[in-house]
Design a protein around this ligand. Sequence first.
Ligand code: AMP
Length: 219
Amino acid sequence: MRIILLGPPGSGKGTQASLLSEKLGFPKIATGDLLREAVRQQTPLGLKAKAVMERGELVSDELVGEIVQERITQPDCQSGYILDGFPRNVNQALFLERIDGARTEIVIDLEVDEEEIIRRLSARRICPQCQAVYNLEGKLPRHEGKCDNCQADLIQREDDRPEVIRKRLEVYRHQTRPLVEYYKGKGNYQKIKGDGKIEEVFQAIYSWIKQFIPAELRR
Ligand code: AMP
């Protein structure tokens, strides 16, 4: 099984992917997190991706495809995995189909209006070490400016600055949005309102995907 979380930046894909991962025991694969880690470690991939990410544009399909292929062929992905931030365009969806087309595929499209997205992204802070996400207007860390898990200093993502947020939304509209029609055509696609409380959104997602989950995996 594969669960794909679609939706604009700031729609809660990462948060919901983590909750689904806990509930189902499938790994969460977030291409943005993998890329940010590569940038932090200054790997050859990170060096290529850094400037593109800071501009809010998409890293090349070849680079991202390579890291996804490498990750989904690991043993822990055998029963299932959850994708957050991949695919980002139709070409990447076709690639995924080519390398791993036989699985049941479920697509959740989180819908949040643009004003709310800008508000959420501007207030978002992340832990550069464990990638935990906080929000100055919502989920605050226990100690100001410090990660609850690893006590690292929280930072604002370079691409959560207003001018880059605008660019990322434009990239989403032009390159990622066409995926909705692609996945609607394939079936197992569901739009879910993402502007409620985290737990309410999760319940809405889970009550829809339950029908696809084999009884032995339901918890
Ligand atoms: P995210 O954390 O998903 O918002 O991703 C942060 C940035 O990483 C994006 O703005 C892109 O520059 C890059 N990125 C993440 N996933 C992909 C992808 N599937 N294809 C291309 N670029 C990506």
